[in-house]
Design a protein around this ligand. Structure first.
Ligand code: ADP
Ligand code: MG
Length: 505
């Protein structure tokens, strides 16, 4: 029988919900599904469990399979975009692209351009012509730990579809915590059978989640490619980060599973500790050589309060360490790039040679309508269709978008110049009536509310020298938010970590 979304979740009594809540919160505390509390001391002494749902969220099995299957194509696509300097100059640069009007994008792009103008990463390769194979071989590889985000789309047809929200190329978070929520839901099922309230709640409908090992495999592949004994991986982190456990689980897995040590530093710390060996371009933090730089900071202008923070970022970029992501890969993840990809011919430019038209159509089938506000009738169209739209600037991390009725007054304030940095995207209308029981430590009980769930598929890609060395699809995440909240940031709004219950619709 087909699953009915509007009938989820099954009926649970108050005492059953209380029992699930108690078991969930203690399991979460026992298994590191944690956040630091607000303003923790320098040496943390306590933690709180992450916001979570008591039951997994239903998701059509065929669409979960589809999202996992197309991840490899996305891994290749974004790797190739990052290797296409002309494309990124045009779309994100300060001469013709987003960088012209968006200061943050402009600063990142300009720093990257200067490094290229100075001859690229390893200065010794001046002996080879810029476009030669030998020159290419001197450049470091890039590593991407990606997350492609999707919502279920209740289109006119009676079947649900999948639509991409965005593709993240920097600081894609919650991989390790999502694995722990999936384990939590499986545990609650083993423990209580969810009180036999739904025939859909059975073992084979809880898909495995091994995201931690998968993401770490990507970092370890970069470390192995760098191939210098004694080198370590650098995590660049924010000074006031509360989501540290999500990062620590990666560190533990790197050490325990791969014997790789990690150094955590902020941009401020790196300003005095990081240096480049002028003869080899190797990156050192204090006296330790760095194989791979993994950014869990650097995606928002707030991470660069002074020019010196940009200088530190450019120092890391100029070294021969493998950057995750490199600046071009960060730029490739821009919302503007996502929109330009939807224009005729762009996908063919990157994938046309070795992917079939059917494979390209599959990717396109996961997109909503998008356009740039700088197009001739872009603003007019956005005004007319505002009720079904979201506007997005060139930013990551939540809280930046403009929705529906807020769009016309916002457009009144937007200059023609500024419009170049903004894209319009059709709203993905999710299935109606799906509810869940959400828990966060600030509230006494769980809250039953109508929700929207966003699926993220993780993948990684190690690439450079004009080719992809290796890429993989490695895991998934679900974030669920109350339907009345536009944004789904677990850290910013009322949104919780969740997992999947696969259903046949
Ligand atoms: P950010 O880089 O800030 O995460 P996103 O593009 O992911 O930007 O947008 C933030 C949130 O806004 C998403 O998690 C989703 O909840 C909502 N959102 C974004 N685009 C759409 C859309 N086209 N339809 C419906 N909701 C959207
Ligand atoms: Mg997002």
């Amino acid at each position: 029988m087909a699953f009915k979304f509007s009938e989820w979740p099954p009926a649970l009594t108050d005492s059953q919900l209380e029992a699930l809540h108690l078991q969930a919160s203690t399991y979460a505390l026992a298994h590191g599904l944690l956040y630091l509390p607000v303003q923790p001391p320098l040496l943390p002494t306590s933690a709180i469990h992450a916001p979570l749902s008591l039951l997994p969220s239903p998701f059509p099995r065929r669409l979960f399979d589809f999202a996992q299957r197309i991840q490899s194509t996305y891994n290749v696509l974004y790797s190739r975009i990052a290797m296409d300097e002309d494309f990124l100059d045009q779309i994100m640069g300060t001469e013709r692209g987003v960088g012209k009007v968006d200061t943050f994008t402009g600063q990142l792009w300009s720093g990257w351009k200067e490094i290229r103008d100075q001859g690229g990463v390893v200065q010794v390769c001046w002996i080879f012509p810029r476009d030669s194979v030998e020159f290419e071989a001197f450049k470091p590889l890039h590593l991407g730990l990606f997350r492609s985000d999707y919502l279920l789309y209740a289109s006119d047809s009676d079947k649900l579809a999948l639509r991409q929200v965005e593709f993240n190329t920097i600081s894609s978070s919650f991989g390790t915590l999502s694995e722990r929520v999936a384990n939590l839901h499986r545990h609650l099922y083993s423990l209580t059978d969810y009180f036999n309230t739904s025939t859909w709640l059975k073992a084979e409908n809880f898909p495995p989640n091994q995201t931690t090992a998968g993401l770490v495999e990507g970092l370890a592949a970069a470390h192995a490619a760098y191939n210098i004994p004694g080198s370590q991986i650098l995590f660049v982190v924010q000074p006031s980060e509360r989501n540290v456990f999500d990062q620590r689980w990666l560190e533990y897995e790197l050490l325990e599973g791969h014997s790789i040590h990690v150094i955590r530093q902020t941009f401020d710390e790196l300003a005095s500790s990081a240096s480049i060996d002028p003869s080899t371009s190797a990156l050192f933090v204090s006296s330790i050589e760095i194989s791979t730089v993994y950014f869990r900071a650097g995606y928002t202008p707030a991470d660069y309060p002074a020019q010196s923070h940009f200088e530190t970022r450019f120092l890391l970029e100029r070294s021969k360490a493998i950057n995750c992501p490199s600046i071009p890969l960060q730029l490739a993840g821009g919302k503007k790039v996502q929109q330009v990809l939807a224009q005729p011919g762009t996908l063919e430019r990157f994938l046309g040679e070795d992917f079939t038209p059917e494979q390209l159509d599959e990717l396109r089938a996961s997109w909503m309508g998008m356009w740039g506000l700088d197009e001739p009738d872009g603003i007019q169209k956005a005004r007319e269709r505002s009720a079904g739209l979201v506007l997005k600037p060139q930013r990551e991390g939540g809280g930046n978008n403009v929705y529906k009725e807020a769009i016309p007054p916002f457009l009144d304030t937007l200059s023609t110049e500024e419009s170049q940095a903004w894209i319009a995207m059709e709203l993905i209308v999710p299935p109606e009536g799906v509810k869940s029981h959400l828990v966060r430590v600030e509230l006494t009980g769980s809250v039953k509310t109508e929700v929207v769930s966003e699926l993220g598929i993780f993948g990684w890609s190690l690439f450079g020298h004009k080719k992809i060395v290796e890429e993989k699809q490695v895991g998934w995440l679900v974030r669920t938010k109350g339907k009345d909240s536009n944004e789904g940031g677990v850290a910013t709004g009322f949104s919780v970590l969740d997992s999947l219950l696969l259903v046949d619709d």
